[in-house]
Every structure is written in structure tokens, then in C-alpha cells.
Design a binder for this molecule. Structure first.
Ligand code: GDP
Ligand code: MG
Length: 703
């Protein structure tokens, strides 16, 4: 063998099971998800079998290989440029017809190919009698039955790969296409310079499909000629040549599948189909989705509440333990930094770990069972009515976890208008980092029965705003053509506990990691900004006054009351002297109509660094200056200082306002312009201001 390792590339539709097969082949751990397009970047691995080393590339999942979306282009370029020795086309065999469309295009490339007939368990379950011998004969390609999720058929696949059993392909549908198409392809390919006959044919097909990337690489005269041919076809047949070619492929596939798959009558309605008849129903689909969401939140509250209490106790204990190292009354800077900055900040965020864990657990369940893919499908109907692309909702669903991958997932959207619209509204999907904010505020102000409905409403506000704004943007700002929506529905699976736990663990692990790194650093910086410059004069003045009061001989309750109030004012004065205090004070007049005092204002500003920082900064603000006392929990302090209406205003503002720094960076990267990142930043903040203002002012009138 030469020095280039034997390489195979896994190609297939999203959710065909590529990543599962990749993991089973290479033993690598990788996230396996139901969203089309979770595999945005390319993944590589290795395996050794029967003495041979094989490099495996997991291509992004695509339905097609046009230059329409970045993913399709990546998949195609890897195949063209790196010339893998074998392309393993992973096919969801229970949806043969749709999956073969990509197979046709892979065959056009003239690669060496093996078909992995995946989801073979689903084929059997649904009673689809599929004659693989006939499929192999008709396509002239070797097939291997696999069940990627369980690792069945992987050894046969390895054998086929190592035995180099891939077969060189050609475009099978061209022979059966109508004469004008056949002629156009052959006339054009005769004019092209290429490696071999199949390569010419591929380029000819692409040129007739007006593929921009191939056009860029060819001479102007050739491109001109192809445009001429294409428009001739178009006038002859009344539809674009690209469409004609797509139809020719489908016609071939249809006839092929007719010969290969025999549907028994009873197999028509599978269990998945029966569930879908209800879940994706036009009338009850959306209500069911809303109920599901509601169940998720009531689950996180009912199970999470006691656990959250334990976490609070734990961090209180740690706080007291650590302050015990210093003599009581000590005003050591280090002690303050550790107790107020680190434990108050990071601990404040980690208190919500159980809730985060439960939220991600619920999302993982919905995702792995196949339900989340349906949500996009259900929303498609609604989105279409609003003039939007339904596929936009898929990346938005990712946003319930984190906005950054949601923005990356917009790469699956083919046209720029849809992509930019979706990027701009993605931060409105309430991400995991906003969740602790709700978890802190809601139990502080609202009785048990209101809690789950309130989070639910907050999430809905985000979804509704995103739909309204997306519609506006799509109509007024990002006008342009619409691409048709092909959304596939993977069959429902009973999720395996291992995969659920792994999913949840990965996400919760991220949260802890972020708390221990980014949030820790920000908390320390914010503590410094919230503690300096120090004005000790205040402290001494108040100490004198407090002494005077305690020796005044007044009744005991009066004395303790005035001491508390003096201490509060002292803390306030010390704080207003510091950097964040001054900034908060400066902005307070602007934020007062929203119900925010300077403390909330500083915390909201700090939250731009990362949304959880709102929680940690509130922890720092309310802990500063009282490390000694047997302090009450943050939620108790919130209840003493604010009204439920103010709590609601905080949540709304945190939901809608400026996305976090990482999101702004992702928007800048994906739109390739600071302009859109800034418009997103300021646009959403202004929107947050307006919405919160209206809600708070109306709330004041009502109450
Ligand atoms: P990809 O998008 O092509 O990378 O597909 P994934 O590997 O992420 O798989 C999508 C879903 O299908 C996951 O929930 C897998 O557990 C599941 N899956 C993969 N292969 C099979 C299979 O052969 N049978 C069944 N029933 N499920 C599978
Ligand atoms: Mg994948």
C-alpha cells in the first residue's frame, strides 16, 4: 500500500444513522442526535481490521449534493478532493425511496461505493419485504444490512470495506431519461475536459443544474454553452432543466423501488405512522407540543425543588465553613473574595445544577425518541402559514439547549434569507443558561402551583416573539426565494438509557465546566468591580452610629430594627461607591420604568458575558458586606427586596435582551459581518426594553 491510508467516507441523509455507524466502526464517542445537521463539522476516526488500517470520515448528512448549502458542498468536496477509496452510503432502508436520491448523486460522481442498508430492524418491524439481491443486481452495488444503533452488521461492513469490495459507479438514471435530457448530457460532456467519462458526465449534469461551483471552474464559453442547452430544455419542456434532472432521478428510483420492495397490506400503517397520525395531526399537533413542554417544566420543578434545597444548604455550609477559617469580624480581602466572589458567584450558579440536569434529561428523552424531529414538522405547517420556511425551526429547537450550536445548525438552511432570519431570532429560544435565572426568580415569588406554568409562558413568549420577528425580517429585510421543505421523520425509538444519560451528562457537564471556568473568572472580576473602590469612611461612620444605638437604652426590638436598617444603608452606600455600583446608579433612571433598581441593572449588564452571570452577580451583590452573618438564601433576599411583578420583568428582560457574548461572536462568524451581530445585539435589547416596559407598567396599573 502507498503512504496514503485506506480511506472510507460515510455519506447519507441526516438521521440515516451515519454517526451511529461511525461510532460503532471506530469506537469513538460522538453525539448522536435526531436533528438533521447536528454533524456540521467533519469527523474523522480510525479502525483496524484484519491487519488493515482504515481511516473513516463522517460526512455531514445531506439529501442532495448540489452546491445549495454549505453542508452539501462540504460533503461533495471531501469526496472530490480527497478521493476516499470507498464511499459507504448509509441508507435508512425503511425509507428507501427518499434515501436513494442521494445515492443517485453519489453514483453520478463515479465513486467506489458500498451501500449500508441501515435501520434494518425498522424494515423488519414494518414488514417491508425488501429484496436486497435484486437491489444489488439493479444498481450493480454491494449491500450490507446494518443496525447502526445496536452495532449489527458492522463486522460484515468492515469485511466489505477491507476486502475493497466497493464497485465503481455510473449514473444509472441517465439511460432511462427522456431523449432531450440524455442528448443534452452527452453533447455537453463531449465538450468538457475531465479525468474520465463519468467525471465528464457528472460535470455536464451539474452544469445543466446550473451548479455555481462547477460553473466557476469551467471556461466561460462552456458555461455559456451549458446555459444555452439548459434554456433550450426549459423551453421544450416548460420546467427548468434542474427540475427535469431531479424528476428523471426520481422516476428511476420509483421504478427501482417498485421492483425491490413489496409492501404487505398490514405493513402500511406502522406503529410510528399510527403515533404520527395523532402527534403530527393538523389540529392537535401544536397543543400536544405545548402539553409536552408543560410536562417538561413541571417535571423539572417537582423533582428539582427538593434537590435545589439540598444544593443551597450545601453551599451555605461550605460558605460558613470557609468563613470559619478567619476570626469572626475579620475584614480580610481574601476571605471576602472567596466567600462572596467565588462561593457566592459560582455556588449561586451550581445550586441550579439539579434543575439543569433534569431539563436536559427531559430534552434528551424527547430528542432520542424521535419526537423533537416531529416538532419541526408540526411547526412547519404554522411557519408556512406565516410565510416562513419550516426547516428554520430545526436549528431553533437546538436553541433550547444553547444558542451557539443553534446558530451553527442554520448551515443546513439552503438560502441566505432563511439562514439570516433564523440566526437573528435564534437567541429568543430560551437556552439552558437562562434556565437558572427562572429557577432563582420563580420560586422566590410564586407559589408552587404557578411555577411550571410560568416557565412555560416564558418559553412560549420567546417562541412567539421569534416567529413574529422572523416573519417581519423575512418579509421586509431578507426577501428572496423560498426553497421547498423536505423534512424526514425518523421512526420512533424507545430511547436507550445509556444514550439518554450520556446526552444529559454531556450537557450538564458543560454547565459545570462553564461554572468552573468562565463563570468563575467573571465572578471574580465582577466581585472586584463590586467591591472597589472602597470607602472605609462609611463603614466607620456607621459603626459609630450602630454603637451609639446599641448603647442608647431603647427597647431591644427597636435597637435591633434600627441596627438592621443602619447596616442595610451602610451596605448600600459602600456598594454605590464601587465601579458596578456607580454604573448601576448611572443607568438606574433608564431602567427604573422596567422595575429594575441599580443592583438588578448591574446583574443584567453583567449577564451579557454569559446569561448565568445574572444569577451569580445577584449572589455577589447580595452577599457583599455580609459574609459574617448567618445569611439567608438569595431567594429569601429577593423576596424581601422585590415584588413578583419585578421578578417577572427580570425574567422577560433576561430572555429577550442582548444575547451572550458567545452568541454575538457566533452571529458575527456565521453572517460574516459585525453589522448583523450588532443589529442583533441592539435590536433585541431595544425589543426587551419595550416588552418589559409595557409589561411592568401595565402590571403596575393592574396591581
Ligand atoms: P446521522 O444523522 O446519520 O448521523 O444519524 P445518527 O447516527 O445520529 O442516528 C439517528 C438516530 O437513529 C439515533 O437516534 C440512532 O440511535 C438511531 N439509529 C441509528 N441506526 C439505527 C438502526 O439501524 N435502527 C434503529 N432503529 N435506529 C437507529
Ligand atoms: Mg450524524
Amino acid at each position: 500500500m502507498d503512504n496514503k491510508a485506506f480511506t472510507i467516507a460515510l455519506a447519507g441523509n441526516p438521521n440515516s444513522g451515519k454517526t451511529s455507524i461511525f461510532n460503532k466502526l471506530t469506537g469513538a464517542r460522538q453525539s448522536v442526535g435526531n436533528y438533521p445537521g447536528i454533524t456540521v463539522d467533519r469527523k474523522e476516526g480510525h479502525f483496524r481490521w484484519k491487519g488493515k488500517d482504515v481511516r473513516v470520515i463522517d460526512l455531514p448528512g445531506t439529501y442532495s449534493l448540489t452546491a445549495g448549502s454549505p453542508e452539501e458542498l462540504i460533503a461533495r468536496n471531501v469526496i472530490l478532493d480527497e478521493k476516499p477509496d470507498i464511499v459507504v452510503n448509509v441508507i435508512d432502508a425503511s425509507n428507501l425511496e427518499r434515501n436513494l436520491y442521494l445515492t443517485m448523486q453519489l453514483m453520478e460522481l463515479g465513486v467506489n461505493m458500498i451501500l449500508a442498508m441501515n435501520m434494518w430492524d425498522a424494515v423488519e418491524r414494518r414488514g417491508l419485504k425488501t429484496n436486497l439481491g435484486k437491489l444489488e443486481f439493479l444498481l450493480g452495488l454491494p449491500t450490507v444490512k446494518t443496525v447502526g444503533s445496536k452495532g449489527k452488521g458492522i463486522t460484515s461492513l468492515k469485511d466489505a470495506v477491507v476486502g475493497n469490495r466497493g464497485v465503481q459507479t455510473s449514473s444509472p438514471w441517465v439511460k432511462g431519461a427522456s431523449t432531450p435530457i440524455k442528448k443534452a448530457v452527452s453533447v455537453l460532456s463531449a465538450e468538457l475536459a475531465c479525468v474520465n467519462k463519468q467525471h465528464c458526465e457528472w460535470k455536464a449534469i451539474k452544469l445543466l443544474e446550473s451548479d455555481r461551483e462547477v460553473q466557476k471552474q469551467e471556461d466561460e464559453s462552456i458555461v455559456g454553452f451549458s446555459v444555452q442547452l439548459a434554456s433550450k430544455l426549459e423551453t421544450q419542456r416548460g420546467i427548468s432543466s434542474g427540475m427535469l434532472i431531479a424528476r428523471a432521478r426520481y422516476k428511476y428510483i420509483e421504478q427501482l423501488v417498485k421492483q425491490v420492495v413489496v409492501r404487505t397490506v398490514s405493513s402500511r400503517v406502522s406503529r410510528s405512522d399510527r403515533i404520527d397520525a395523532i402527534v403530527t395531526n393538523r389540529y392537535v399537533g401544536i397543543p400536544i407540543f405545548l402539553v409536552m413542554m408543560y410536562l417538561v417544566f413541571s417535571f423539572t420543578f417537582t423533582v428539582g425543588e427538593p434537590l435545589m434545597g439540598y444544593m443551597e444548604m450545601l453551599f451555605k455550609f461550605i460558605g460558613n465553613l470557609v468563613s470559619g477559617f478567619w476570626p469572626s469580624g475579620s475584614d480580610s480581602m481574601l476571605k471576602a473574595l472567596i466567600v462572596e466572589g467565588v462561593i457566592g458567584g459560582v455556588g449561586g450558579v451550581l445550586v441550579f445544577l439539579p434543575n439543569i440536569f433534569l431539563l436536559f434529561l427531559a430534552i434528551a428523552l424527547l430528542e432520542d425518541s424521535g419526537y423533537m424531529a416531529r416538532v419541526a414538522f408540526i411547526m412547519d405547517g404554522l411557519m408556512k402559514k406565516l410565510g416562513l420556511h419550516g426547516k428554520s425551526f430545526v436549528p431553533l429547537l437546538v436553541g433550547f439547549g444553547c444558542t451557539v450550536p443553534a446558530i451553527l445548525a442554520t448551515r443546513t438552511l439552503e438560502n441566505r434569507s432563511d439562514r439570516f432570519t433564523t440566526i437573528m431570532v435564534a437567541p429568543l429560544m430560551s437556552c439552558g443558561a437562562r434556565f437558572p435565572i427562572y429557577m432563582m426568580i420563580i420560586p422566590a415569588f410564586f407559589p408552587q402551583a404557578w411555577r411550571a406554568p410560568l416557565v412555560w409562558i416564558i418559553y412560549l413568549v420567546g417562541i412567539l416573539l421569534s416567529i413574529v420577528i422572523a416573519r417581519f425580517l423575512r418579509k421586509k429585510v431578507f426577501k428572496g426565494e423560498k426553497t421547498p421543505f423536505v423534512m424526514e421523520l425518523p421512526s420512533y425509538h424507545i430511547p436507550t438509557p445509556v444514550s439518554i444519560l450520556r446526552h444529559t451528562w454531556d450537557n450538564a457537564g458543560e454547565y459545570v465546566k462553564k461554572a468552573g471556568t468562565v463563570i468563575l473568572a467573571i465572578s471574580i472580576i465582577l466581585w472586584v468591580l463590586s467591591s472597589f473602590p472602597r470607602k472605609t469612611q462609611f463603614v466607620t461612620d456607621y459603626d459609630l452610629e450602630i454603637n451609639a444605638v446599641s448603647e442608647s437604652g431603647l427597647p431591644a426590638e427597636v435597637i435591633s430594627d434600627s441596627i438592621i436598617s443602619l447596616e442595610n444603608t451602610r451596605q448600600m452606600e459602600v456598594f454605590t461607591h464601587t465601579v458596578t455600583g456607580r454604573l448601576g446608579r448611572f443607568l438606574e433612571p433608564a431602567m427604573e420604568p422596567l422595575g429594575f433598581d441599580w443592583r438588578v441593572t448591574t446583574a443584567l449588564m453583567a449577564a451579557i458575558a454569559a446569561k448565568e452571570v445574572f444569577v451569580s452577580q445577584m449572589g455577589v451583590v447580595f452577599a457583599v458586606g455580609e459574609a459574617d452573618e448567618d445569611s439567608s438564601t438569595l431567594r429569601e433576599k429577593l423576596r424581601e427586596n422585590y415584588t413578583p411583578l419585578q421578578g417577572l420583568a427580570m425574567m422577560l428582560f433576561a430572555l429577550i435582551s442582548a444575547p451572550c457574548a458567545a452568541t454575538i461572536a457566533a452571529t458575527k462568524k456565521e453572517t460574516e459581518s459585525w453589522k448583523w451581530a450588532m443589529i442583533q445585539l441592539f435590536g433585541l435589547t431595544i425589543l426587551a426594553y419595550i416588552v418589559t416596559f409595557v409589561v411592568y407598567q401595565v402590571g403596575l396599573l393592574v396591581t
